[in-house]
Design a protein around this ligand. Structure first.
Ligand code: ZN
Length: 238
């Protein structure tokens, strides 16, 4: 079974299309923030539905459906949520409304932000990862929200942070616990504008980067009247 983990698609249809074709996975799991920032919320939900993807809600999905206080968002993110709310088809909004920011599957856990606070907390340090390891029993946790690919490994010597680059692999061992972030499909923030995701197959996690038509996504953002900085940031991956 080849499972692709995606996160933070953020209504970027060109990026999602590129990742789905590249991954050739048997199954897709998306760790939330399906919409917000970019201009194709309805088409992105349609494409994820066609792929049969398992979906979590992120803070943007929760905000767009009235379940997360937009007061926590910066001005640009809040403007994009207001635009998205007006744009969402009723059937798409209904599908978003039933999604949750956390799910369990056997010994694994899927969250948007952190295990301790699935909707809001960012895991950015070994200490924050340790808090999530302590919050629940699980072997492998998959998380997103930071838009940066990353791995935290908890063995005998505490929690170790591993910066992740294209093609990096991690062979998962028994008795060791992991928190793995695939990075962002639709708005990467690690200085590499290409979409990021990870594939889990035969107990090995592997991260991938995929180029997509950034210019097409930027044109749609500007044509929609979304904040222009949302278009600019895509080409630098910040
Ligand atoms: Zn996000």
């Amino acid at each position: 079974m080849r499972t692709a983990f995606l996160s933070d698609v953020h209504a970027n249809l060109e990026a999602l299309d590129a990742v789905l074709s590249h991954a050739r996975a048997d199954r897709f799991v998306v760790l939330g923030d399906l919409i917000g920032y970019n201009a194709d919320p309805n088409a992105v939900l349609g494409m994820l539905g066609d792929a049969g993807a398992f979906l979590l809600a992120g803070n943007h999905d929760l905000a767009a459906t009235g379940r997360f206080d937009v007061g926590w968002f910066n001005e640009v993110a809040a403007a994009a949520i207001a635009w998205t709310r007006a744009e969402l088809d009723r059937s798409v909004a209904a599908r978003l409304t039933v999604l949750e920011p956390m799910a369990r599957e056997g010994d694994n856990v899927f969250v948007h932000g952190s295990v301790r606070d699935p909707a809001a907390e960012y895991i950015r340090t070994p200490d924050l990862a340790a808090a999530s390891f302590a919050a629940e029993e699980f072997d492998v946790g998959f998380f997103g929200h930071t838009h940066v690919p990353m791995a935290y490994v908890q063995g005998n010597g505490g929690v170790k942070e591993m910066e992740i680059f294209e093609g990096d692999m991690l062979v998962l061992s028994e008795g060791v616990r992991y928190l793995l972030n695939p990075g962002s499909v639709g708005q990467p923030r690690d200085g590499d504008p290409r979409s990021s995701y990870l594939v889990l197959e035969d107990g090995t996690a592997r991260w991938h980067r995929v180029p997509y038509d950034v210019a097409a996504t930027q044109r749609k953002i500007l044509a929609a009247g979304l904040p222009p900085m949302l278009a600019a940031r895509l080409e630098v991956g910040r």
